[in-house]
Every structure is written in C-alpha cells, then in structure tokens.
Design a binder for this molecule. Sequence first.
Ligand code: F6R
Length: 255
Amino acid sequence: MHKTKYVKELNLQGTKVLVYGNPSDLFKDAAKELFKTLKRKPAANIGLATGATFIPFYKLVSSRYKSEGASFRKASTFNLDEYVGLEKDSKESYHTYMRTNLFSKIDINSRNSHVPDGSSKDPEMEATDYERKISRHGGIDIQYLGIGMNGHIGFNEPKTPFSSKTHVVTLSRATIRQNSRYFGKGKMPRLAITVGIGTILKSRKIIVIATGNSKARIVKKILTGRPNKLIPASALIGSRNVTFMLDKNSAALII
Ligand code: F6R
C-alpha cells in the first residue's frame, strides 16, 4: 500500500479509517481483502451487502478474482438482508441484485450463496433459521457493510440493540425515502429481515464502505460521536477488526 493513496488515515480507539483520494483505489483495496481471505481460507464465510455502493465493488471482484488466483468454489456467502414479501426472482429483491451483480459472474456453488428468504410464510422463523445457519457455518470471516443515510448497517435501524441477532425489522421513514427509488410509488416493502448488529460484530473482519457526498453528514456523526443506539454504525467504533474505507466525498466533513 502506498501512502499517497490516502488523503487521511485515522485510528479511532483501534478502528482504522482510511480516506481514499480516488474511489477506484478504495474498491481495489476492498477487493484485495476478499481475495486475500479466499486464498488463506478457500472455505471462507463471506458477509455481503447490497445497494448502490457495492455495484462497482462486485464489478471489480467478478472481473478480477480469477487473475488474482482466488476462487469462490468452496466459499459460502451470507447476505445481510432482504425485503419481506418479495419473491426471490422479483426485480427488486436482493436475491436478484446478487445474482445479477455477482453470483452469475463467479464460480460460487449456488447452494452456498445465502440470502434471507423474504418470501417465507414465517419471516420470524426465517430470521431465526438464518442466524442458526450463520453460526452452524462457524460465523463470518469477512463482512462487508454499507451505511444508510440514517446510519443503519444491514437494515438495523436506529434504536436497534447492539446485541441484536437476525430479526424482522420495520423499516424507518429515512430508509423508505432512501430506497423508494427502486420501487414503484408506494410499493416499497415496509418490513425486512436483517442480520443483527450483535451477529455482525462477531465477524472476524469488517470492512465498511461509504462513497459520495450524500453520506458525508452521517459519516461525520458516526466517526465523531460516541457509540449510541440512535446511530447503528457507531457500534463498530472501537473494534480493532473494523476498517472504514471512505472516498473523499463521503469523508468531506472530517478531513
Ligand atoms: C443493504 C444494506 C444497507 C446498505 C445501505 C447503503 O444490503 O446492508 O445497509 O448498505 O443502505 O445503501 P447504498 O449503498 O444504496 O447507499
């Protein structure tokens, strides 16, 4: 790693914050961490996020993994969340997002790519089963996270206990505002299944990515305040296994 890639490097009680001058360097480093994990542990459990932030990441991962000597053949992936009430093959589901942006482009065995089933007749039971599935596999080796406009991680909305496990959540107004653009007017689901904050915190390594001006205010709140339940991503501060990777736009208010 060359120092010049970074506009700023911070250490917040053990948590690393890297601010990149150029988002393409950010995504290259984020992908390198994944390739490194897969080479060290081919049967790794990888925690994945969806959303606009991760589109360039998945593009890079799928185009580079082979030349980097990595393979997903023995790996398992666990997505963070899914909307309740959407069929797996619906256009807006995270199942479809993952298939389109990553799973169809890598050598993963489809039996090993897990996303909560939002179409389950019993979403509470699905959440409990998903939590068990993660722990049966031995927990997450590397977890990727984006940040919502209200500081959510996964779909853990403000006030979610930091010890929460996978659960059904009522989406906040801020999240409905953030993601309504993907649905027709009034069509966005109000409930989702999300891996809990407590489950996320048990991951052996966590990489949090934020890009773009629209994240600057929440990034500042997360990184300059004290951990508190009103800002779910603040739960990550103080852990040595967490790295924030920010572009200079999302970090504009802290550099
Ligand atoms: C989605 C997820 C969410 C998003 C967050 C940011 O799986 O975990 O927490 O990461 O809402 O979304 P974008 O990237 O669309 O700004």
